[in-house]
Design a protein around this ligand. Structure first.
Ligand code: FRU
Length: 547
C-alpha cells in the first residue's frame, strides 16, 4: 500500500459503502481495457494475491478485495478457483471487512497465506485427511481502538496476525474470534505502536516437522521468522534483514526451496520480498526483490553472492507492474508457482478502468538456473496455453535493414509472441516489435532489445491513455545477455491492458500495464541503427478465458 497513509479515513467511506450491492452484478468482460486472459474480478478493486493454495485438484486464489467499489477500502479476501491456472471462477467473498456493509468498519483483512492442515494440528477440523481444515493467516488491520471478543485490546491502525479456517474447501470461513489476534504485536524491542507489521506467510517444513511463519516488520526492513506445531502458538526463531533494496517498506515475504539446475541434491532457498516504493531502477513505486540462501528450520542464511551494496537488488521482475508476489502452497515441494498483482501503488487507484481495478499476472513457474556462472531465478508462464491459443503463425526474416520496419498487419489485442534474433555485431542499435498499435502507429507499445547496453526495453510512452499519472509514460529496461549462440529470445504476452515479457531462459522478465484505445490491434517489427539478422517470429492469438 502507500507507505505513509495507513488508510486513516476508512470509516468515512463506510456510509457510502452501504449503498453498494452485496453481490456483484454480472459483467460481459468486454469493457475498455478489460484483460481477456489475466484474472480480474467481475467488479471492484483488487490488490495482492492472498492464500494461494492448491488442494484436491483446485487452485485457490484469494486476494485483497473491496466488495464495495474500485478504491483500496474495506479490505476483504475475495476468492477465485481454477482447475488449470487459466480459467478462473469467482467465488463468494471469503473474509468480509468487519462492519461492511453499512456499519463503521472495525477490522480489515490484510494480506496473508493459507495452508491445508492435513493432520488437524490446529484442532479447527473435524478430523484429519479429507476432514482437515484449510487455515488462513492474515493481518488484522484494526481501524479504531477496541477491546476484541478475545479480550485483547488493540489501538487504532494496529496490525496484528490472525487465523481463520474453512471446513468446506474454502467456500466459507470462520475467524477464530476467541483467540484472535493470535499474534498481537511484534516482540520487544519492536512493539512500538509506530511499527508496521504484516503479511504472514505460513508453510510446512517437513525436516523439522514444524509450521514456519515469516512476517514483515515493514518499515524496519526485517523479516521475523517464527515456528509452531499447531498454527496457533508461535515462537520467534530469528530475524532477517535489512539487506539489499530498502528504498520503501518491506511487505509480503515468501520463503521456499528450489533445486539449482533441477539437481535436487543442490537446493537453495529463495526469499521474495515486496518493496514499496523503491522498486527496480527506472520504475517508480512497487517492486519485488529476491535473495538466495539456506534455511535451517529457524534461520534464513543469505548467500554472500546474493547480497549487494545497499540499494542494489536481485529483481524478480524489472517492470513497474509486478508486486506482492505470492507462491502457491500445496504443490509438490519443488513446483513453485507465483502470482503477482499486476499494478503499482504509484497509480493503482488511478488506472482508467471502470467497474474493476487492477489485475493479476499470468501464474508463473519459478526455477533456479546457473546462467553465465550465476544462479538466477527463472520464470515461465504456467497457463494451459493449448486451451486458449490459436496455431502459431511463423515468420522468418533473414535480414531486416537498418532503420526499417516490417508490417505485421492487425494481430489483435491478445497475443503470445516468440521473437528470436541474432545479436550479431550491432552497435548502438535496437530491434523489436511494436504492438497494441493504431494503424498509423501513433499509439503503440514498443518491446525490444538494445544491443549496445544488452537490455530489454518496454516503451509505453505512446501506449494510449497515460495521463492519469505523471510517471506512467516511461521506458523500462532490464538486463539480458544474449545466449551462448549469440541469439536473444523474447516471449511476449499482450492482453488488452498489459504486456509481460520473458527474456532469455526466463531470467529477465518485465511486466507493464498499458491502456491502448479500442482499435490498437496493429503490429510491426522495427530495426533501428543497424541491420538485424536471423529473425524468427511466431505469433498466436490468445482467446478470452471469460467466454
Ligand atoms: C501490499 C500491501 C500489504 C498489505 C495489503 C493491504 O500491497 O500493502 O502489505 O497487507 O497491501 O491491502
Amino acid at each position: 500500500m502507500r507507505p505513509r497513509t495507513l488508510l486513516p479515513s476508512i470509516s468515512i467511506f463506510s456510509a457510502a459503502l452501504a449503498l453498494q450491492p452485496a453481490s456483484p452484478a454480472p459483467t460481459p468482460y468486454t469493457e475498455p481495457y478489460r484483460p481477456q486472459y489475466h484474472f480480474t474480478p467481475a467488479r471492484n478493486w483488487i490488490n495482492d494475491p492472498n492464500g494461494l493454495l492448491y488442494l484436491n485438484g483446485t487452485y485457490h486464489m484469494f486476494y485483497q478485495y473491496n466488495p464495495g467499489g474500485v478504491a483500496h477500502e474495506a479490505m476483504s479476501w475475495g476468492h477465485a478457483t481454477s482447475q488449470d491456472l487459466t480459467h478462473w471462477d469467482e467465488r463468494p467473498v471469503a473474509l468480509t471487512a468487519r462492519g461492511f456493509p453499512g456499519k463503521n468498519i472495525s477490522e480489515q483483512f490484510f494480506s496473508g497465506s493459507a495452508v491445508y492442515d492435513v493432520d488437524n494440528s490446529s484442532g479447527y477440523g473435524n478430523g484429519t485427511g479429507t476432514d482437515a481444515p484449510m487455515v488462513a493467516m492474515y493481518t488484522s488491520f484494526y481501524v479504531y481502538g477496541q477491546t476484541l471478543p478475545s479480550g485483547k485490546k488493540v489501538r487504532a491502525n494496529q496490525q496484528s496476525q490472525s487465523l481463520a479456517y474453512s471446513l468446506d474447501s474454502g467456500e466459507t470461513w470462520t475467524t477464530d474470534d476467541a483467540a484472535n489476534p493470535i499474534l498481537l504485536q511484534p516482540p520487544h524491542p519492536y512493539e512500538s505502536q509506530y511499527k508496521e507489521w504484516r503479511d504472514p506467510n505460513v508453510f510446512w517444513h517437513a525436516p523439522t516437522n514444524k509450521w514456519i511463519l515469516t512476517t514483515a516488520l515493514s518499515d524496519l526492513h526485517k523479516l521475523l521468522i517464527y515456528t509452531s506445531t499447531d498454527l496457533k502458538n508461535w515462537t520467534l526463531a530469528s530475524e532477517f534483514g535489512p539487506y539489499n533494496a530498502v528504498g520503501g517498506v518491506w511487505e509480503c515475504p515468501n520463503l521456499f526451496p528450489l533445486p539449482v539446475d533441477n539437481d535436487e541434491s543442490n537446493v537453495k532457498w529463495v526469499a521474495i520480498i515486496g518493496l514499496n516504493p523503491g522498486g527496480p531502477p527506472g520504475t517508480v513505486g512497487s517492486g519485488n526483490q529476491y535473495i538466495l540462501g539456506q534455511f535451517n528450520g529457524t534461520h534464513f542464511l543469505p548467500d554472500a553472492e546474493s547480497l549487494h551494496g545497499q540499494g542494489e537488488a536481485n529483481w524478480l521482475d524489472h517492470g513497474p507492474d509486478f508486486y506482492a508476489a505470492l507462491v502457491y502452497n500445496g504443490l509438490p515441494e519443488f513446483q513453485r508457482t507465483v502470482v503477482a498483482w499486476m499494478s503499482n501503488w504509484q497509480y493503482a487507484e488511478k488506472v482508467p478502468t471502470t467497474v474493476w481495478r487492477n489485475a493479476m499476472t499470468i501464474p508463473r513457474r519459478l526455477g533456479l538456473k546457473t546462467i553465465n556462472g550465476k544462479v538466477l531465478v527463472v520464470q515461465e508462464p504456467e497457463a494451459n496455453w493449448a486451451a486458449i491459443t490459436s496455431k502459431p503463425q511463423t515468420t522468418r526474416i533473414s535480414s531486416l535493414p537498418a532503420n526499417s520496419t516490417r508490417n505485421l498487419g492487425s494481430l489483435g489485442k491478445t497475443l503470445a509472441a516468440n521473437l528470436t534474433f541474432s545479436a550479431g555485431e550491432q552497435n548502438g542499435s535496437s530491434f523489436g516489435i511494436s504492438l497494441l498499435a493504431t494503424q498509423n502507429f501513433t499509439t503503440q507499445t514498443l518491446i525490444g532489445y538494445d544491443f549496445a547496453t544488452q537490455h530489454i526495453f518496454v516503451d509505453r510512452r505512446a501506449s494510449g491513455n497515460t495521463s492519469f499519472d505523471e510517471t506512467f509514460a516511461s521506458v523500462y529496461r532490464a538486463p539480458l545477455e544474449p545466449a551462448d549462440d549469440g541469439t536473444v529470445t523474447l516471449r511476449i504476452f499482450a492482453d488488452w491492458s498489459s504486456v509481460e515479457v520473458f527474456g532469455g531462459q526466463g531470467e529477465t522478465t518485465l511486466t507493464a500495464q498499458v491502456f491502448p484505445p479500442e482499435g490498437a490491434t496493429h503490429a510491426r517489427l522495427f530495426a533501428n541503427g543497424a541491420e538485424v539478422e536471423d529473425v524468427l517470429l511466431s505469433v498466436s492469438k490468445v482467446g478470452s478465458i471469460w467466454n
